[in-house]
Design a binder for this molecule. Structure first.
Ligand SMILES: [Zn+2]
Length: 314
C-alpha cells in the first residue's frame, strides 16, 4: 500500500540524483505529459522517475527547428538582440573568475545549440561548444565567425567528450576558465557525473555557470504540478541549496547566486526589444520587468520567483 507521508508517498524508493539520498518519494503525477515527479526528503530536489527510455531522442532536428512538441527556440535570427545578454554575461563571468595572470580565457558552453553564446565568447578568448545534437553542431559550425580563432562546436556532452585527435587537444583537464550550462542542468540524468567532468576541465579559479529553475522559489512551490517547468526533457528539478551542496561535494569552493539572472533588467529589455512587433508586445515587456523586480525579493527565506543562476568557482 502507498502511504502519504509529509506530502510524499513513501514507497517504493529510489536514489536522489542530486544528493544520492534514498529518502525519496513520489510527489506529483504530471498528467499533461504523463510522467511522475519524485522528491528527495534530504535536499528537496525533484526528479523524473522512472526516466524516459531515451531522453536524447528529444534532441533531433525537430527540437531545434521548432517542429517538435517541446522544442528549442532557434535564436539565430535574433542573435543581434541575444548578444546583449551574452556580452553582459561574459563580463560578469570574467569578473568572478580568479585565473592566474597570463592564462588566456578559454570558454566551453555545454548544450550550445547553434552556438550563439560561443561566438560571442570567441571575442574574449578560445571558445568551444558542446551539444548532443549532430544537427545543431553541424548548422552552428556553418555560421561565419568574425573572429580568429573562430568558435568551434562539437557533438557530445560532459560525460561523453568528443574523442577525435583534434578534440583531445582542446578538452584538456584544468584548461578552461569558464564552463556554462544555460537551461541545460535540468536535462542531465546524472548531474554529479557531468559536474565532476566540468570540475576536471576547469582551471583552479575557473567558474562553472548554471542557469536552471530553483524549486525552493515560491513560483515553483505555488505552481505545484501545474508549474510550466515540468517538461518531458527536464529530468532533474534542483533546489538552490541541493545544487550548492552537490557542487561543494565535488570540490567547488565559492558561490555567487543571482535572482533571477546574472544580467540587468536593462540588458533583458534590449534582448526582448527584438521580439517587439506591435503595441501589445509592450505588455510582455511590462510583465517581464515586473517578474525581474519581483525576483529580487524573498519571503520566509525563499525567493518569490524560481529563475536562478549560480556561479561556482573551482
Ligand atoms: Zn537529494
Amino acid at each position: 500500500m502507498k502511504k502519504r507521508n509529509g506530502g510524499l508517498i513513501s514507497q517504493p524508493k529510489t536514489h536522489c540524483p542530486v544528493c544520492d539520498s534514498i529518502e525519496t518519494g513520489l510527489k506529483y503525477r504530471i498528467e499533461r505529459h504523463a510522467f511522475d515527479v519524485w522528491q528527495c526528503n534530504n535536499c528537496y530536489s525533484e526528479f523524473q522517475y522512472p526516466l524516459p527510455p531515451s531522453a536524447n531522442s528529444y534532441y533531433d532536428e525537430g527540437y531545434y527547428t521548432g517542429a517538435a512538441a517541446f522544442s528549442y527556440q532557434d535564436e539565430r535570427k535574433k542573435e543581434y538582440y541575444h548578444n546583449f545578454v551574452h556580452r553582459a554575461r561574459l563580463k560578469s563571468i570574467q569578473k568572478f573568475c580568479r585565473i592566474a595572470n597570463g592564462n588566456a580565457a578559454k570558454f566551453l558552453d555545454v548544450g550550445c545549440a547553434f552556438g550563439a553564446f560561443v561566438r560571442a565568447a570567441a571575442h574574449h578568448g578560445e571558445a568551444y561548444g558542446l551539444d548532443v545534437s549532430a544537427y545543431a553542431v553541424k548548422e552552428g559550425n556553418k555560421t561565419r565567425s568574425e573572429v580568429n580563432p573562430p568558435a568551434q562546436l562539437f557533438q557530445g556532452d560532459l560525460a561523453h567528450l568528443p574523442r577525435s585527435t583534434h578534440a583531445r587537444k582542446i578538452f584538456v583537464p584544468a584548461s578552461f576558465t569558464a564552463i556554462t550550462l544555460v537551461e541545460v542542468a535540468e536535462h542531465l540524468a546524472i548531474p554529479r557525473t557531468a559536474f565532476m567532468a566540468a570540475y576536471k576541465l576547469l582551471q583552479p579559479g575557473g567558474v562553472l555557470v548554471i542557469q536552471t529553475a530553483n524549486f525552493e522559489g515560491w513560483q515553483a512551490v505555488k505552481g505545484g504540478a501545474d508549474y510550466h517547468y515540468y517538461l518531458p526533457g527536464h529530468l532533474v528539478y534542483y533546489t538552490a541549496s541541493g545544487l550548492k551542496r552537490l557542487l561543494s561535494d565535488i570540490g567547488f569552493r565559492e558561490f555567487k547566486e543571482f535572482f533571477p539572472v546574472d544580467f540587468s533588467l536593462w540588458t533583458k529589455w534590449r534582448k526582448a526589444w527584438g521580439d517587439v512587433r506591435r503595441m501589445r508586445d509592450l505588455t510582455r515587456l511590462w510583465k517581464m520587468s515586473f517578474y525581474h523586480l519581483k525576483s529580487k525579493f524573498k519571503w520566509r527565506g525563499r525567493p518569490l520567483t524560481s529563475s536562478y543562476v549560480l556561479y561556482a568557482r573551482k
